[in-house]
Write a protein of this length. Structure first.
Length: 333
């Protein structure tokens, strides 16, 4: 029924769009629509790391050229009301960034950016650096799913059974200690750290309090179990509590011991950055051009974009306390 409704809505939208397009008497040459570029600020930072930002000009959505970078911007940072210094330009992965080498974000600091681009109005933005979250009582169990098969030995003219394992499920619980004196915003991820790269895992959770703010646009599996690469949530329902969080994730063809370490990454996020991430997640979930448009949250006055800071906390490496074996029996070919 859900799929029928989905395809019906798609068909109706397509028909309406077709009628609208064919009803136009004069074609519009979209290559010549007047469009005034805006300055876009992208400055997502982390505590104890160099503060950086990328400045580009927006472009017409059908333009496939590279984003034009902003030259000669004058950027000043104030921390707790005191001017720290100006940003200098540098190349990071062949892209131009503005960095402030004399300061790294510290928990509790109040930051303000003043950005002056030639021939543009002064842009300003501010945020408060959140404090790192506190977690404890991490408990991990492992479930090894064993598949049972039936084979045939032609030499002995008899059947036999054999087994293999390709799925390991991990159930994790921990306690989040929420600060009652602040409004807090969080993101939970599970990531494996390898020698050459890091790998983020899809996480499942059946706690609606954690999944509520993303529930309209993330995957729902097994009824009320939510799955996502990371969960964004606020402390609106758990303010000041020691809250127990349970999640699970699966590895296919690997187990925890195949990585250098696997950890829970839970980050505190400045408020505007949280709503920016939430709107970006919602926008990325739209599967067709007929989906309802999503307004991306911004906090740049006289411009567009985002300025914010995250304070991540990494757990100790996850180590299962015990392993349960589940045999999936042979069901015939």
């Amino acid at each position: 029924m859900k799929n029928i409704r989905k395809y019906t809505q798609f068909a109706i939208s397509a028909i309406i769009a077709t009628l609208f397009i064919t009803s136009c008497e004069d074609p519009v040459d979209i290559d010549y629509i007047d469009y005034e570029p805006l300055v876009v600020v992208n400055s997502i930072n982390e505590v104890d790391s160099t503060l950086k930002m990328r400045l580009t000009y927006s472009r017409w959505f059908l333009d496939n050229q590279s984003f034009k970078e902003v030259d000669n911007a004058n950027i000043t940072l104030k921390v707790n009301g005191n001017t720290i210094g100006n940003a200098t330009s540098t190349l990071i992965n062949d892209k131009k960034y503005y960095t402030i080498e004399s300061y790294t974000p510290q928990e509790g600091d109040m930051l303000q950016l003043d950005i002056q681009v030639p021939d543009e109005d002064l842009m300003t933005s501010s945020c408060t650096v959140p404090r790192k979250p506190e977690i404890s009582d991490i408990y991990v169990t492992e479930i090894e799913h064993i598949n049972e098969y039936e084979g045939y030995d032609y030499i002995k003219d008899s059947t036999y059974r054999y087994y293999d394992t390709n799925t390991y499920e991990y159930n994790v619980s921990f306690t989040l200690h929420d600060n009652p004196n602040e409004q807090n915003f969080y993101k939970i991820e599970v990531m494996s750290i390898g020698e050459n790269n890091n790998h983020r895992h899809y996480v499942s959770i059946d706690d609606y309090i954690i999944a509520e703010e993303m529930s309209d646009f993330i995957s729902i599996i097994d009824g009320e179990v939510y799955e996502a690469m990371g969960f964004l949530f606020s402390d609106s329902k758990i303010n000041g509590k020691d809250y127990s969080i349970k999640l699970s994730f699966s590895l296919y063809g690997h187990r925890l011991y195949d990585y250098d370490e696997t950890v829970i990454k839970i980050s505190s996020i400045s408020s505007d950055l949280y709503y920016y991430m939430l709107s970006m997640e919602k926008q990325s979930s739209i599967s067709t051009i007929f989906g309802e448009p999503v307004q991306i949250h911004c906090n740049i006055e006289n411009g567009i974009g985002i300025f914010g800071v995250t304070s991540p906390c990494l757990s100790s490496p996850l180590t299962p306390s015990n392993t349960t074996y589940i045999v999936n029996p042979y069901r015939g070919w």
